[in-house]
Design a protein around this ligand. Sequence first.
Ligand code: DAH
Length: 333
Amino acid sequence: MTDLTNLLQSVPPAIASAGSLVELEAIEAETIGRGSGIADARRGLGGITDAQERRETGRAINDVAQELTRLIADRRAVLALAEEDERLQTDRADVTLPGRRPPLGSTHVITQTMDEIVDIFVGLGYTVARGPEAETDFYNFTALNFHETHPSRLESDTLYLDYGEQEEEILLRTHTSPMQARYMEQHDPPVFIVVPGKVFRADAVDATHSPVFHQIEGLAVDDSITFADLKGTLAEFTRQFFGKDTEVKFIPHYFPFTEPSAEMHAYTKGRWIELLGCGMVNPAVFEHVGYDPDKVTGFAFGMGAERMAMVRHGITDLRALIDPDQRILEQYR
Ligand code: DAH
């Protein structure tokens, strides 16, 4: 009994000074929990033979237990509020801090270059067409007037796909020119298209070669297109792409699908540089696609996107554009 009365002396101050919920729980376990003096006293009740005394002792134990339970509950409420308050203080978000920006990606410099070139031609009234990367021998070569024995057809130059016994060879297109023939077969003149896309050749990677690269093809066909239109269009394109004072010159060349054919060079960054191939559409190509060469004329051109990007940015090694090295690619954002 004296022990119990003592509890009412010693425990309440301890409850009042408990600094945290954890501390309070320890006091609770010690005073009214399973191994506590109160639990012991309850177990001792059975040994009291006098019924009257047992009842009184039991009531006294319950009174003490109830009082301590109430004090603990009150203190718990106070501590819980305080801890919540503290959490609100320390977890508070400072809405005046600047936001954290997630790292932003960007298009690859080759994609940027192609988009820009295509945009210039769209501004001149051209539309965009796209063709398949796996192409037939007919569209890649024959329709474009390549002779059966043209060296480009050799496996040392062109990547052929193995589809077993085929009526016709399937290959990875070596240029975007096949879309000239595909498009003219499907559309009547006039035609003003640009064709951006991937092309493939049996080349090893070095500073100026890659087995996969990108071209932009152009084709203009109407009833009175002349070489002057070709020159004017490509000169205007070059001025828009490299700057308004950029000079161009045309040097005779040979392509099977144009006649006459030329290479266009531009004077940029202090030197003449070859930019693209071009020419007047060869009448033989018109015949392959069902156009009447007596009624229409046209010009065509084809340029490499990597080359245009390299000249524009002063890049001397193509591998800088192929390597997935972010430190390099980030410079052309
Ligand atoms: N197809 C040529 C090549 O890959 C580039 C080219 C030259 C395209 C002259 C043309 C052209 O349309 O007229 O080298």
